[in-house]
Write a protein that binds this ligand. Sequence first.
Ligand code: SF4
Ligand code: SF4
Length: 179
Amino acid sequence: MYATIEYFKNIKDTVFTVFEGMTITFSHFLRRPMTIQYPDRIEKPVQETLPLRYRGILEVDMDICTGCLACERVCPIICIAIGIEMNKETKQRTFSQFDIDICKCMFCGLCAEVCPTGSIRHSQEFEGACTNPAGMVRRFVTETVPLYKPKKGGETDSKMIAKVDIGNKYLDELASPES
Ligand code: SF4
Ligand code: SF4
């Protein structure tokens, strides 16, 4: 008698469990989809929806880089290589190289944190796949670039003001505990 009761109880539990599972499954027909048809059927690029602090592929604004080398020194896996030369004619120091090996980079953010100008920063870009690892070395010096010297009274050139502001805004965002 006990076995018979147990038998029918198991059938009831099975039917109930299947029904419960299917209820959840069918309820998804009525909900708004949580997935997006990446990358071609989205309202706007995913990059535009990411916060400023998102640690995407590094970018460097050479126009506001002072050549302090703090980022190169702090990188734990030596993926930043900076070259600086002295121009004997102009007596001006210029960059000969500023490379970042994205293949090695672990996106720890240390380099961006120590940068005094916000010149090196994580972008919202994350689509960096390529078939040749050598292609993942980002070279930011393609022509002679002088080292940036912040002006005492602040920038007067509108282009430079905008660049300095972008760097400062990025640094403020990094320092902000809420974001
Ligand atoms: S994010 Fe980290 S690993 Fe990548 S370059 Fe900066 S310090 Fe190096
Ligand atoms: S990117 Fe920033 S930390 Fe690196 S050398 Fe330039 S100013 Fe210094």
